[in-house]
Design a binder for this molecule. Sequence first.
Ligand code: BG6
Length: 472
Amino acid sequence: MSVLNRLNEDFPDNFLWGASTSAFQVEGASAEDGKGLSVADIRSMDSEFLDTSVSVDHYHHVEEDVALMKELGLKSYRFSISWTRIFPNGNDQQPNAKGLAFYHRLITLLKKSGIEPIVTIFHFDLPQALVEQYNGWADRRCVDDYVRYAKFLFDEFGNVVNYWLTINEHSLLVNVPSMIGLKDDDPKKLRELAEHANYHMFLAQAKVFNLCHELLPAAMIGPAVSYMTNLSYDHKSSDALLGKSLEDMVSFITMDVAVRGEFPTYYTRKLVEDGISLPIQPEDEKDFETGRADFLGLNWYCTSIFRHNKQASSKMLAGVVDQIERYEDPALQHTEWGFSFDPLGMRYALQRVHDRFPHLPLMITECGWSEKEQLEDGRIHDSTRVRFLNDHIYQIREAIRDGVNVISFNPWSFIDLLSVNDGIDKRYGLVYVDRDNFSEKELKRYKKDSFYFYQSVIQHNGRNIEKERTGN
Ligand code: BG6
């Protein structure tokens, strides 16, 4: 055998060119056809423009939307199943037939169009009834209810779905506990509840990895991890350590537990110092021993440059994040919401994850550019997004040449959707939807310039990507 590694020159022929969405952000119909309310629906009720009852009405436009995906040439489509469309209260005896029928329709349409479904089991939309019954993920009963729901999906769709994602951005849910319905006026108590939820999500995930391997041996399953490249502004070892801590506590923790089946010392030390104990039961060990991810899904958007500031405050719970403030490098372009345009940062991130877990394939489950946009004679000239796609795809190919095993690219998002905090006017889509934060209009779909660009990238399997269009 040669001592030299084979050099990968291009995207492999079976590369899963795709796009991404999540249920509550596109579907609408939040209380239709028997669907129960989720924490995301409840959260939207307090906001003027985060209304999940319509979103971009994918629920009623599913044929049209999949036809657009087919025209785009997608090889994969990452979407989530809404737990409360299947089990309105999270743990009902019987599934909701109409909700189930919707996902059968969607998946059948995808398969007929030659598009591989990549299914997220849980993306920010915990059944509100489970919060009311027992405080959701903070309680161990949520583990059983999630596992039962996942098993139901495996039984129902396992013959056609080959790729599964367990939990979207687990660490974000722990750091912003209101996203899983947790509240407490006492910050210490809230932190404890969030850490219990953290543990239960890890346990549920390990059980579901095992279940998937047992029931669907040909399928692959992994987490969708929030991962940002963090660079320190100052050249100090103390800041480098802070950056490492940030990366560990926000991103690597999720990967380490999912891949190695044990809780890393950088995390357990912090728990001990903060006087928090996890609700571990002796029987859990066997689930962690065997329940491992087959790949890692990375939600990567940008590079963030941070500075140490003990006074800085943040909405995040995990202590380390409170000590930093973000710095916008004037050399990088930023979205209106502060996310940088830094394709090299993505390549660096891919290399770092590959160095840590060289045996695992990586999926890019999210990556996108947001902008306010307006129709001009029925067209959207989203030239920055075109450049964003070109330059990031260029760097993904460079990462593949570096030896990183990237198997999919699923940019956020296939279609304009409801952003988690900023509504529909913060647009990420390849397809424009003619509605805004305050008016639904007719929800008509328009293909943006980025749609045509990406279509041609897929047709050429990435060979037409130009050397970066932006200097770096
Ligand atoms: C990711 C989430 O964190 O970022 C998506 O998985 C979300 O659901 C995306 O939409 C972009 O964030 P935002 O706040 O602009 O919606």
